[in-house]
Design a protein. Structure first.
Length: 83
């Protein structure tokens, strides 16, 4: 009889000496709302970029603000991962 067991990444990495990496993955995984926001911002940016350009400069400004928001969310995730 063969017993099959599935291991998670967090179980395997420490076993092969990559405990620090596993800890970092755990921190990143504990920020589901930040990652969801980042994905939504990237999707919004893509929609803005594919929209017709003639919007009196408002589309371009929205893309600029969205890029800034993406950078801030990425910085927030990075900050939390350092802790």
């Amino acid at each position: 009889m063969t017993i099959s067991r599935r291991f998670t990444l967090q179980q395997i990495l420490p076993a092969i000496g990559l405990g620090g990496l596993a800890a970092g993955l755990g921190k990143a995984a504990s920020q589901p709302h930040m990652h969801a926001a980042l994905n939504q911002l990237r999707s919004a940016k893509q929609s803005l970029e594919t929209a017709d350009p003639d919007k009196g400069g408002h589309r371009a400004k929205a893309i600029e603000f969205t890029n800034s928001a993406i950078r801030e969310v990425e910085a927030g995730i990075a900050y939390a991962n350092r802790r």
